[in-house]
Design a protein around this ligand. Sequence first.
Ligand code: KG4
Ligand code: ZN
Length: 351
Amino acid sequence: MQGNLPLLKKNNLKNQEKILILGIETSCDDTCASVVEDGKVILSNVIASQHEIHGKYGGVVPELASRRHVEAIDIIINEALLQAKIKMSQISAVSVSNRPGLIGSLLVGVGAAKAISYSKKIPFMAVNHLKAHLFSNFLEVPEMGPCFTGLIVSGGHTSLYSVGQNWEIKEVGHTVDDAAGEAFDKIARFLGLGYPGGPVIDRLASKGNPSRFEMPRPMIESGDLNFSFSGLKTALIYKTKKEPKILDENNIADLVASFQDAIVDVLVHKTFKACRQSGFEKILVSGGVAANSRLRSMFAQKADSEGIKLYIPPIKLCMDNAAMVACLGYYDYIAGNFSDLSVEVYSRSDI
Ligand code: KG4
Ligand code: ZN
């Protein structure tokens, strides 16, 4: 599992002053468009969430997601241009997530990007959504260099990467079952707290005691850098079946705080272990679960005590967004890595 980050320098573009990339993101249940200047200045970052549509089902319904993307995509792209005060004719190139994700959803964004590229005669870059999450950190710190450990922790993925001297990316660990965000979503659904589960558990947990209920730390001593979150979910469900009163109003905040703490504990443990093993001094965290307040404070504390530099993007850039897609597209653009209009979409993909 290897991939090269594009060269972080401008090639053959001496005459062009500003590079404006239109980013499009539709891999799951958010229709997103953004205009980013020179890979770092976010001129607009529009996100149309579908949470209301999927909330009542407790998870994303792929068919409904793609239909909503079709309805929203033109409006959201126009809104991104409007907010950026940029005309389509000023856009240098268009960048879009084409993998991994829901096929029907990806097709909408990729179709829109291809149409813009073809009609406006501008280059088009199809990028990896996971790599774009990693690149959300580059929006804040464009001068970021190798080497670092990257943790991508979202609704669909929980993976650890080692990014070496020549920008080679190697996956060093991944979840063997549920992703961390998936565990948050499933437990929120079980407790009837709504969708998406992460933010609502985060809020409720802030009023709870994370040490009140004992929760397992799955695979924390497994010796490798993999994760497992489905057993933790089962442990919580089992606890509530055995002792239904822990679902009472007075106990539930402690329960979700203890559950959240177990997830964060394992993520911190394995990420710093990966960093130590690689001999690196930097950790980048991204993906929707990186918005979690407990995760942010525990990673910060550990980084402080271990003398590691920690980068986590602002909350809006942790979740799915098109600014990260435009940012990654910028580096492809300056390296001349353009995609062909025949490029396809993929539900699964390594970085
Ligand atoms: O990166 P993302 O927006 O979409 C995917 O690519 O999956 O991540 C969405 C996931 C959901 O599972 C959601 O519950 C979780 O991120 N999430 C959180 C928080 N905000 C979003 N998990 C824990 N705490 C949060 N504050
Ligand atoms: Zn994502």
